[in-house]
Design a protein around this ligand. Structure first.
Ligand code: HEC
Length: 321
């Protein structure tokens, strides 16, 4: 097959196939392997030279062989070599699908009438068009049976199905794209894996100033309900991302931690809330109340239950009277 192509197609074709394979098998991230690993450029250059060398060798072998042939054999050789690739099946198929008449045969199908010199040919409908028309009929029948007789599903159901599928896809996407979180979308993480990851980040980066149990040192106590910069996952995420007040020592971590990591460490350190540190630093800042927390109902008085009972008893007695 390959010998049917002339050498000037064969060499570049093989070259690009080898290059393609090389790019496919060498993982170079976003860039090309030949840019990331310059040694591969050398490799490809070698490949090119070898391909050209093979062509040259083949050519001369053929030449030598040709010279040894008799005159008659030479003629036969040239004849087979110059035979063109025939696309007979393609041509036949085209003929079958169009059924067009060659211009020389048009006389056979020309119609009698003559409108100001315009004459009409009695061509058959081109089979490609007729087949397509049949296909639409089959489609229409299946559609009719499926949706008007068997009532497979309605458009509304189809819509709901697709929306449900899309929802699942979005959930999947969010799982793999955790780094999309920012201050507005961050939520308290509760998965053990996230909290463990958060613990690791805390231990490597934060313990020096906040202590392993969050008791505080250079940084403030993270176990109490007092916050300088606001509590709750969103404020804490923001503090970690943007840093504390100037000159206090809490740097912005957004350049060294990924958003997902900041969410993890923020969720982890919020677990210190309500624990008692071994060596707690005095509270700093103010008590932070979550503005979004569901309203806490006023504690009912200790004896309120009894009051109701007495009330009810009173009522019963009143009605008796
Ligand atoms: C170099 C010491 C230091 C390191 C390291 C450090 N912090 Fe801080 N952190 C501070 C100081 C100081 C403050 C108080 C900032 C202020 O007053 O504005 C603070 C404040 C905070 C606050 C806000 C506390 C509040 O009361 O509002 C949080 C949350 C926090 N740090 C989390 C972290 C996390 C998470 C890390 C690790 C990724 C970390 N810090 C690393 C020194 C540090």
């Amino acid at each position: 097959m390959i010998s049917k192509f002339p050498w000037w197609i064969r060499v570049p074709l093989l070259f690009f196939i080898i290059w393609g394979l090389l790019e496919y098998f060498i993982d170079a991230g976003d860039s090309l392997a030949i840019i990331k690993y310059p040694v591969t450029q050398f490799f490809l250059l070698m490949v090119l030279l070898i391909l050209i060398a093979i062509e040259a060798i083949l050519k001369s072998v053929e030449n030598v062989m040709f010279q040894t042939l008799s005159e008659e054999a030479k003629a036969r050789y040239l004849q087979t070599k110059n035979k063109k690739v025939e696309w007979t099946w393609g041509k036949n198929l085209f003929k079958k699908l169009t059924k067009s008449r060659a211009i020389e045969q048009e006389g056979e199908i020309i119609l009698d009438h003559n409108y100001d010199g315009i004459r009409e040919l009695d061509n058959v409908l081109p089979p490609w068009w007729v087949y397509m028309f049949y296909a639409t009929i089959v489609f229409g029948l299946i559609y009719l049976v499926r949706f008007h007789i068997a009532s497979d599903y309605t458009q509304a159901e189809e819509y709901d199905m697709e929306v449900a599928e899309a929802r699942i896809a979005i959930e999947e996407y969010k799982k793999t794209a955790k780094d999309l979180v920012d201050v507005n979308s961050v939520e308290l993480l509760t998965d053990a894996s996230d909290l463990n990851a958060g613990k690791k980040i805390f231990t490597t980066n934060c313990v020096v100033c906040h202590m392993a149990d969050g008791g505080g040192g250079i940084g403030p106590n993270l176990t109490d309900e007092y916050w300088i910069l606001g509590g709750g996952i969103k404020n804490v995420f923001n503090t970690i991302s943007e840093g504390g007040r100037d000159g206090k020592g809490m740097v912005a971590w957004k350049n060294s931690l990924k958003p997902s990591e900041m969410a993890q460490v923020a969720s982890y350190l919020l677990q210190f809330q309500g624990t008692t540190a071994a060596n707690p630093k005095a509270p700093e800042g103010e008590i932070w109340v979550d503005p979004n927390a569901p309203e806490i109902k006023e504690e009912p008085e200790a004896n309120s239950g009894e009051t109701y009972e007495t009330d009810a008893a009173d009522l019963v007695e009143e009605t008796k009277e």
